[in-house]
Design a protein around this ligand. Structure first.
Ligand code: PLP
Length: 353
């Protein structure tokens, strides 16, 4: 039987792919290695009983937006929340990009920026980063002038390189773009500065954040953006009604009761990152600087696919980026607990021996 086919541009695409292999040490998706604080889990269990399950949730997620706004010193009308920052990005694309409009991005970067742009029918204007994987402003200007993008993505710290863009770079890009500049700060807590400080009502700047990485809540699927209120108002028209369930709204609020504990965890991970980077520097690898909770590296004398396989054989999973644009023979490791990182380093030393 001939099967009815989806839109041709969808049928052509492969889905987003990150292998979920059953291993003991999972350092492949940049999650927090720790469960959320026990007090959070107790409060969340109580919250389950409190939810009015027969009623639709607060459509405006009023309390959660108020709490996030207070955290960043902005107005709740400047905050939009959704099911993971991926849904935040998808809603941006549905609202501001789509057929006849372009989305600009600079590879190598987070694969979902291009994937979401294409699935929403946008043209993708792909620029390349410089040889050292930093953002090249001349290339940004070329791509922006050629494609006049509705959305321009800058990921800072950039996944998968770990490199952060400076305030000056973000301001320079902002001055070039004709549409919105979206700074994806999924790893913003690890960085020395945040573009959040540049958001105001007169600037076409959007900053996205997530509870998935630092907040130990990848399973909950919760993300948000901070932007001018006129952007948020448009997104609210496009997103499905009641898209954010009541328990998740409570979970986000309860998580924000533990800000100082999360900040403590970030500094512990940053210290651990230093230890892992120092160990990697002793091996035959090219290692990139990182302002995130992961490190990109390239075996200089070995085939990355073979190294990845050897690590899996030792029950350690890292991300194989070897086939990504601009990342020939590269692997990316998430910073885990000291024990997990020791397992990784031992397996890597063995693979490179
Ligand atoms: C992990 C990641 C996200 C996705 O976060 P979710 O909130 O889990 O959807 C977005 N952007 C970047 C750069 C990421 O690495």
């Amino acid at each position: 039987m001939a099967r009815f086919q989806p839109r041709p541009d969808v049928a052509l695409r492969e889905g987003y792919h990150s292998p979920q292999v059953d291993v003991e040490v999972r350092l492949n998706t940049n999650e927090s290695p720790l469960a959320p604080p026990p007090a959070f889990l107790r409060d969340l269990a109580d919250a389950v009983a409190d939810v009015a399950w027969n009623r639709y949730p607060d459509r405006g997620a009023t309390e959660l937006r108020r709490r996030i706004a207070a955290l960043h010193g902005v107005d709740p009308a400047q905050v939009f929340v959704a099911n993971g920052s991926n849904e935040v990005l998808q809603t941006l694309s549905l609202t501001y990009a789509g057929p006849g409009r372009a989305v600009a991005l600079f590879e190598p970067t987070y694969a979902m920026h291009g994937q979401i742009a294409r699935i929403t029918g946008s043209d993708v204007a792909e620029g390349a980063r410089a040889a050292d994987l930093s953002l090249d402003l001349a290339e940004v200007r070329r791509v922006v002038e050629e494609s006049s993008p509705a959305i321009t993505y800058v990921c800072s710290p950039n996944n998968p390189t770990g490199m952060v863009e400076t305030r000056e770079t973000v301001l320079d890009v902002l001055a070039m773009v004709p549409g919105l500049l979206v700074v994806d700060e999924a790893y913003g807590q690890f960085a020395p500065w945040s573009a959040l400080e540049l958001v105001d009502e007169d600037t076409p700047l959007v900053v996205t954040r997530t509870f998935s990485k630092t907040w130990s809540m990848a399973a909950a699927r919760l993300g948000y953006l901070v932007a001018p209120s006129w952007v948020v108002a448009e997104l609210e028209k496009v997103v499905l009604p009641y898209h954010l369930d009541a328990l998740k709204q409570r979970a986000g609020c309860l998580a924000l009761d533990h800000v100082s504990e999360m900040e403590q965890r970030v500094s512990t991970l940053v210290e651990e990152r230093g230890r892992v980077q120092a160990a990697l520097a002793e091996l035959p690898l090219e290692v990139w600087p990182s302002s995130a909770n992961f490190v990109l590296f390239r075996p200089l004398q070995h085939d990355a696919d073979a190294v990845w396989e050897a690590l899996v054989a030792d029950s350690v999973l890292v991300r194989n980026c070897a086939s990504w644009p601009g990342l020939h023979n590269c692997l990316r490791v998430t910073i885990g607990t000291p024990h997990e990182d020791d397992r990784f380093l031992a397996a890597l030393r063995k693979a490179l021996a």
